[in-house]
Write a protein that binds this ligand. Structure first.
Ligand SMILES: [Ca+2]
Ligand SMILES: [Ca+2]
Length: 307
């Protein structure tokens, strides 16, 4: 069906499927099942990414053009092209669709121009180039709030830059070459996949390597979190996907659950009563500076919830 395609992706709304083949990307609609458009690519190797609103696709060609193009989809109209962007190895859109970032292999080892590029999606203007990884960039990803861009590569570092001004905020040094990155949905951890047998949790608040998984992790080439953050998953070279519990997941606090045990009951009611009028910040659920009738009513209206 895909004509030798090596990349596929559903549109964010699930209505279309895009598949990369040699010299083209095909867009199919799922209902009715038919080809909607074909994007012509001047290379037999191409990477692509959907914009978050599903209205466009960025494509990154290999040799000889090394071009980057933005397309309107599903119509397949090309909006612009930028040639000679090194050999792009990874591409990602920001969550608001305003930017996309590309990582690449420098044309030469001594090319000092940098290989993490930030582009404005509306017109393809190059906003910034960062010389963060002297060799190939293997992965990059935006934080869920779109404020940060993390990248990694053959130099065995992970760099986190602020998108607004490009300031380098954090550098993590990894023991092996990472293949993949994913921010936790709350933005507090960065998951780093390492093909040589590790999945690492880096805590962003203080830059600590908070957890390492090194069993059943040989050949990790992709990592991801579930949307709630309760689980994480990684894909391995042996075509196995492993799903595991996120050790740092904290469930959202239930309204009225003063002692955070997952159940609103008499213990919470007594806490609301005994601390009525106090300024105990941990019990002040609406953060207005005082434990008062708001907290008491929150317990009463949700009494029995989660029990
Ligand atoms: Ca409780
Ligand atoms: Ca309050």
């Amino acid at each position: 069906m895909l004509g030798g395609g090596d990349r596929v992706a559903f549109s964010p709304d699930g209505q279309y499927l895009a598949g990369a083949g040699r010299n083209f990307i095909t867009i199919w609609s799922l209902d009715p099942r038919q080809v909607v458009s074909r994007l012509s690519i001047a290379s037999d190797r191409v990477l692509f990414a959907y914009s978050p609103d599903g209205q466009s696709i960025v494509t990154c060609e290999g040799y000889p053009t090394n071009a980057l193009r933005l397309w309107r989809v599903p119509s397949g109209q090309q909006l612009y092209a930028r040639d000679n962007v090194d050999i792009v190895t990874c591409v990602a859109f920001s969550p608001d669709g305003q930017y996309f970032a590309s990582g690449s292999t420098p044309v030469s080892m001594w090319d000092p121009s940098g290989n993490v590029r930030l582009w404005r999606a509306s017109d393809g203007e190059l906003i910034r180039v960062s010389n963060d990884h002297p060799y190939q960039v293997t992965a990059l990803t935006f934080s869920p709030d779109g404020q940060y861009l993390a990248s990694t590569g053959y130099d065995q570092t992970v760099k986190i830059r602020r998108v607004s001004d490009g300031q380098l905020l954090q550098t993590f040094y990894t023991e092996f070459i990472p293949s993949s990155l994913a921010f936790s949905p709350d933005g507090e951890y960065l998951l780093v996949g390492v093909p040589w047998g590790r999945v690492e949790f880096w805590r962003l608040q203080d830059g600590i390597l908070a957890e390492i998984y090194d069993t059943e992790t040989n050949g990790v080439n992709s990592v991801a979190f579930s949307p709630s953050g309760e689980f994480f998953a990684y894909g391995r070279h042996d075509c196995t996907v492993v799903v595991a519990r996120n050790p740092f997941y904290t469930p959202p606090q239930r309204v009225g659950d003063m002692n955070r045990d997952g159940c609103v009951d008499d213990a919470d009611l007594l806490m609301a009563l005994f601390h009525f009028g106090s300024h105990n910040a941990s019990l002040d659920m609406n953060r207005d500076g005082v434990v008062d009738d708001y907290e008491l009513l929150a317990v009463l209206f949700n009494f029995g919830s989660g029990c």
